[in-house]
Design a protein around this ligand. Structure first.
Ligand code: ZN
Length: 486
């Protein structure tokens, strides 16, 4: 019987979001709960368990998983607590033959630039030199510690991301092959690329980036191929290792690993002018929205609650009002003070609020307006063992528009949260998705138009607008005349 230790540590940090993430933002699962929740919800660990569960020669050892969506840097005390809790659980287990780690990769603390590296170091110290594989988002930050400590990293192969389950499966199959000797000597080649990438060409089904991913899949399917990925990093995680990377792991052939990683890196660098987002002015968006029928889905990449932003931008709402948009919009906004006022006043009351700008005050000024309080809720949504928590939530009528305000950031990449508040985006003419592209998976089938607003925010797709402090320079497109260094 081989004992496989499982642990998870996932969050995507937006360094320019002024609101720090805390322990309470994480869903912490341990032991049997971790297995039950993962089998139910799928995801990376669900995919891993699909591989391990049918095997009678494998005993899974579930330890600890801390998982959050996105948010500001994790406070030092809370990050220390999460890491020490995880390592305590890991250290309570012995006789471990292999490890599967589920990481996002783009977590950052207020004072720690490489939380995943610290976790890995602690796990390695305890388990020793046993096979260890990991699944990761390709928006993760890749540090030397991760590349050296993990035998093979399986990255997502889709954007918008729809293959976390399959990525967990791939990492786990690799682990089993290492345990049974089918993979003998995992050898990794890696190229660091001074590049921050954004935009629609990253959409794997339709964009140029898909070609790189298909090359990675070919490598994985080839004789001796183990894992191949192009990691573009989360451009909003401002840490010393922020950049793009190509990482290829094959069995015992360093020259081949290096060569494949270099080929992928050249592809990404040669196409660097493609990796940017095309954004539209609010004036143009309102004109198009007025001119065409059907649902317009407006991406707000700059205030993406799927990329680490604060979610309190009112820039698009202001644009709609300023340019006199006459149809009906459905809008989500993080606004704890407005929610508190609504709970105080009660359903059916009309109140004066300052919508937006409650967190990212340097970028957004509150919009003073009169709203009607239509409903109040606890903001809990989703089904299953682990629920999503938007905090107390108030639904407002603002002219002909509906504004759903919550204490915490909620994901608006799908209709789930809006539906939990009794609102169906299909019934509207305009809906804001606080996301750069992930929303397309859900909305594409019924949206008439998809647009991306050119508005400010801490996760702006125009990365040149952001106040980087730690990101290595020079880097494209922040600097002129950048040399790739390979
Ligand atoms: Zn991602």
């Amino acid at each position: 019987m081989k004992r496989i230790l499982i642990a998870g540590f996932r969050q995507e940090t937006g360094s320019f979001n002024p609101k720090p993430s805390t322990y309470d933002d994480f869903d912490v699962l341990t032991g049997q709960n971790l297995l039950d929740a993962s089998r139910e919800s799928g995801g990376y660990v669900g995919g891993a368990l699909k591989v391990f569960d049918p095997r009678e020669d494998i005993e899974v050892v579930p330890t600890y998983s801390a998982s959050a969506g996105t948010g500001g840097p994790v406070t030092t005390a809370d990050l220390d607590r999460l890491i020490s809790e995880l390592l305590e659980r890991v250290e309570s287990e012995s006789n471990i033959d292999g490890v599967y780690l589920s990481l996002h990769g783009a977590m950052a603390g207020e004072t720690e630039d490489d939380p995943e590296g610290r976790v890995l170091e602690g796990v390695r110290k305890h388990v020793g030199d046993v096979p260890l594989t990991a699944s990761m988002d390709f928006h993760g930050i890749i540090t030397d510690k991760l590349v050296e400590g993990i035998d093979a990293i399986s990255f997502l192969h889709t954007y918008p991301h729809i293959d976390s389950f399959e990525t967990g499966e791939r990492a786990s199959i690799n682990l089993l092959k290492m345990l049974n000797g089918e993979i003998k000597n995992p050898t990794t080649g890696r190229v660091k690329i001074p590049l921050l990438a954004r935009g629609n060409q990253l959409i794997t089904k339709t964009g140029k980036f898909g070609e790189a991913i298909r090359a990675c899949q070919d490598i994985e399917a080839s004789e001796g191929g183990i894992a191949a990925g192009v990691n573009v990093g989360n451009p909003f995680t401002d840490v010393p290792d922020l950049r793009s990377n190509t990482i290829v792991t094959v069995d015992g052939d360093q020259a081949r690993a290096d060569e494949e990683a270099m080929k992928l890196a050249r592809f990404m660098w040669d196409k660097r002018h493609l990796w940017f987002a095309t954004l539209q002015s609010m004036e143009e968006i309102v004109q198009r929205g007025e001119a065409e029928d059907g649902l317009m889905v407006c991406g707000d990449p700059a205030d993406s609650t799927a990329s680490g932003a604060s979610g309190d931008s009112n820039a698009i709402l202001k644009g709609l009002l300023h340019y006199g948009y006459s149809k009906r919009a459905l809008i989500f906004i993080v606004d704890a003070p407005a929610v508190a006022q609504a709970f105080e006043a009660g359903v059916g009351s009309t109140i004066q609020v300052g919508l937006g700008g409650s967190i990212d005050q340097a970028r957004f000024r509150p919009l003073d307006c009169e709203v009607y309080v239509q409903s109040l809720s606890d903001g809990v949504h989703g089904s299953g063992i682990v629920k999503s928590r938007a905090g107390r939530t108030a639904k407002f009528k603002l002219n002909q528009h509906t504004v759903v305000a919550s204490e915490r950031a909620a994901a608006t990449t799908s209709s789930t949260f809006f539906l939990s508040q009794g609102e169906e985006p299909k019934d509207y003419d305009f809906v804001i998705a606080k996301s750069p592209n992930g929303f397309r998976t859900h909305y594409e089938s019924f949206a008439s138009q998809i647009v991306y607003a050119d508005v400010p925010g801490s996760t702006s797709a125009d990365v040149t607008s952001l106040p980087y402090k730690k990101c290595p320079r020079p880097i494209f497109p922040l600097d002129e005349g950048v040399e790739p260094g390979f």
